[in-house]
Design a protein around this ligand. Structure first.
Ligand SMILES: Cc1cc2nc3c(=O)[nH]c(=O)nc-3n(C[C@H](O)[C@H](O)[C@H](O)COP(=O)(O)OP(=O)(O)OC[C@H]3O[C@@H](n4cnc5c(N)ncnc54)[C@H](O)[C@@H]3O)c2cc1C
Length: 306
């Protein structure tokens, strides 16, 4: 493996975009925890992304793409390797189809909120369910993000990926294997962008639906504290939040990590929580729920680092 200093210098020369070294991840994760990543890069373009990947691979350095960091817990020891932020990939194009439909193509770094806002502005329906989900397009596709009975796979037309050789690969919906909160892809595949198919709709109804969803979220979710969204996947018969509530675990605390009183499937950071506190609280929740109710909760958030 190449010496670290040389790797860093060459990466800075190689990459068009910001590069940070030994960067604390608690500045970025929505739940505000995480130690330092060796490197954080923000490639400026798809070509810059390709160069980062090829360079990391040539030096045997692990890398991981991230979007808006809203479903991510980085452990306190940080990440050994290169975190690739997709935030600079921000282009969105709208192609009018027949019969008033539209194909929206957005690069991975675009926020879902932006697509929801633009669709509502131009009276296209289909994305309203994404209102209030704070992720990026790339994160939403990989996580098959969903709410209120719909998920990303319902509106997806095509996904643009970059493989480990830096080549662009396009996959139509029927070639993709989505499951609950997951798109199955070979590791090291990066979502570069996605195309969604939306229909012309009633502008008033669309705006009302978005406002209604945002209001429900404000009432149900502990948005006043840093959090990472739903911690566990919902089992088939009952939402995880309800299960955790019935197990009497709301309000349970380890350090500054607490199971929200407002929603059992959210862990909030009261101020100085460490990733270890959050992971310990997750383990405790799983154990108690298994013992008391015979249910195995499956983790939804992604935990990375050491
Ligand atoms: C308040 C709140 C409410 C939420 N509500 C919901 C909800 O209702 N429904 C829901 O589904 N989720 C919800 N979430 C979780 C989260 O917003 C979604 O999972 C979102 O899709 C994650 O996107 P992200 O860009 O933040 O991904 P990140 O957190 O940055 O990354 C998540 C995972 O995706 C991978 N990844 C990110 N970008 C790429 C890419 N371009 N290519 C390949 N892999 C990539 C990362 O490596 C990581 O494993 C909520 C979160 C919060 C904080």
């Amino acid at each position: 493996m190449m010496e670290d200093q040389t790797f860093r210098e060459k990466l800075s020369e190689e990459v068009e975009g910001e590069v940070f070294f030994d960067e604390p991840m608690d500045r970025y994760t929505s739940i505000r925890v995480g130690g330092k990543a060796d490197v954080l890069v923000c490639p400026q373009s798809v070509e810059a992304l390709r160069r980062v990947i090829l360079y990391c691979r040539s030096c045997n350095k692990p890398f991981l793409p991230v979007g808006n960091w809203t479903n991510l817990i980085v452990r306190d020891g940080g990440y050994r390797g290169v975190i690739i932020s997709m935030k600079r990939l921000q282009s969105v194009t709208w192609d009018m189809g027949r019969k008033g439909s539209v194909l929206v193509s957005a690069q991975a770094g675009v926020s879902l909120a932006e697509v929801v806002r633009m669709a509502a502005r131009d009276a296209f329906t289909g994305m309203e369910f994404c209102a209030g989900i704070p992720g990026s397009i790339g994160g939403a596709v990989i996580m098959n993000a969903g709410a209120y009975g719909k998920e990303i796979r319902d509106v997806i037309k095509e996904v643009t990926l970059m493989n480990e050789r830096g080549e662009i690969v396009r996959r139509k919906k029927k070639e993709l294997s989505f499951e609950y909160r997951k798109l199955n892809l070979p590791e090291e595949m990066i979502v570069v962008g996605a195309t969604f198919s939306l229909e012309k709709g009633d502008p008033v109804k669309i705006r009302e639906r978005v406002a209604e969803i945002l209001e429900k979220r404000r009432q149900k979710h502990p948005l006043e504290y840093p959090n990472a969204g739903s911690i566990f996947k919902n089992p088939k018969n009952k939402p995880a939040g309800q299960i955790i509530e019935e197990a009497g675990l709301k309000g349970v605390r380890i350090g500054d990590a607490k199971i929200s009183e407002k929603h059992g499937n959210f862990i909030v950071n009261l101020g100085n929580a460490r990733a270890a506190d959050i992971v310990a609280l997750m383990d405790l929740t799983k154990k108690k729920v298994r013992e008391q109710m015979g249910i195995s909760l499956e983790t939804e958030v992604r935990i990375i680092g050491e």
